[in-house]
Ligand binder design. Structure first.
Ligand code: F3S
Length: 256
């Protein structure tokens, strides 16, 4: 059996940056915490727990003098302000690609446009983006977008600005763009799909076309990991999504 490892396997730039921020802070002093798990990967999170890094679930849990790291998903303006009010040292590891989306929606609203976010409603990145404007609409599917756009709540010449979650698939985003372009005459579209994600998704698609089996390694709670498995399943019948090697079964690789 031959095994091909994807060139893009491993952490992306933004996650790497966040993980390194925690490593550096933990090595420099005690009383370090992350706001939410730094990454959707329990192995990394438990390694940091062993180093004494706490995971906070809300700014209210932050004690004065603590170093609090904001993860690559970013946070809303309200969460950032609540953290600033706690008298803590903040290390902002929001991925620059996510930060850019915060700036786009915030500016769009100031200029009178209604921001539309294509993404998973209760995902931390999307909640963070939505929190940089006072009013926006979030749609998870092209159908949801179309129903809203044609439902009479908004006129076709209203100023609208559309962005997407960095991990959205190219296919879903393109469909949403087609619908929005058909419906709105005063529309600004910002393609905010992260190229690291796109590259990895493209590689997953290419490999799944030529491989008999695909193994996607990652935390099942990560939307990146879930999307990769979904893309692989489009072309390959045998796809395993595993958190670690012990979850792999030798029988899975029979005849591949
Ligand atoms: Fe990673 Fe930032 Fe892209 S966190 S997936 S490089 S948006």
């Amino acid at each position: 059996m031959s095994v091909t490892v994807a060139k893009s396997a491993g952490f992306c730039f933004g996650v790497n940056r966040a993980v390194e921020t925690v490593e550096k802070a933990a090595s420099e002093g005690a009383n370090v915490a992350t706001l939410g798990p730094i990454i959707h990967n329990r192995h990394v999170v438990s390694r940091f727990e062993d180093l004494g890094v706490r995971v906070l679930h809300s700014p209210r849990e932050a004690d004065a003098g603590m170093t609090v790291i904001i993860r690559s998903h970013g946070v809303s303006r309200a969460v950032l302000e609540a953290l600033q009010a706690r008298n803590v040292q903040i290390l902002d590891a929001t991925c620059p690609f996510v930060k850019r989306i915060h700036e786009i929606v915030s500016r769009a609203e100031q200029e009178g446009s209604l921001p539309i976010i294509i993404g998973t409603r209760n995902h931390a990145e999307v909640e963070g983006i939505a929190g940089w404007c006072s009013d926006c609409r979030i749609f998870e599917t092209p159908e949801e977008l179309e129903n809203w756009a044609t439902g009479g709540e908004i006129s076709s010449n209203a100023p609208v600005c559309m962005v997407c979650q960095t991990t959205s698939t190219e296919k879903l985003w393109k469909k949403c763009c087609e619908i929005a372009k058909k419906q709105f005459t005063n529309l600004k579209i910002y393609d905010t799909i992260c190229r690291a994600t796109e590259f990895r998704q493209g590689e997953a698609a290419e490999l799944s076309l030529i491989c008999d089996a695909m193994v996607v390694v990652g935390d099942p709670k990560s939307s990146n990991t879930g999307r990769l498995a979904m893309i692989c399943r489009e072309h390959c019948e045998k796809v395993a999504l595993v958190d670690n090697a012990s979850e792999l079964d030798a029988a899975f690789f029979r005849d591949v």
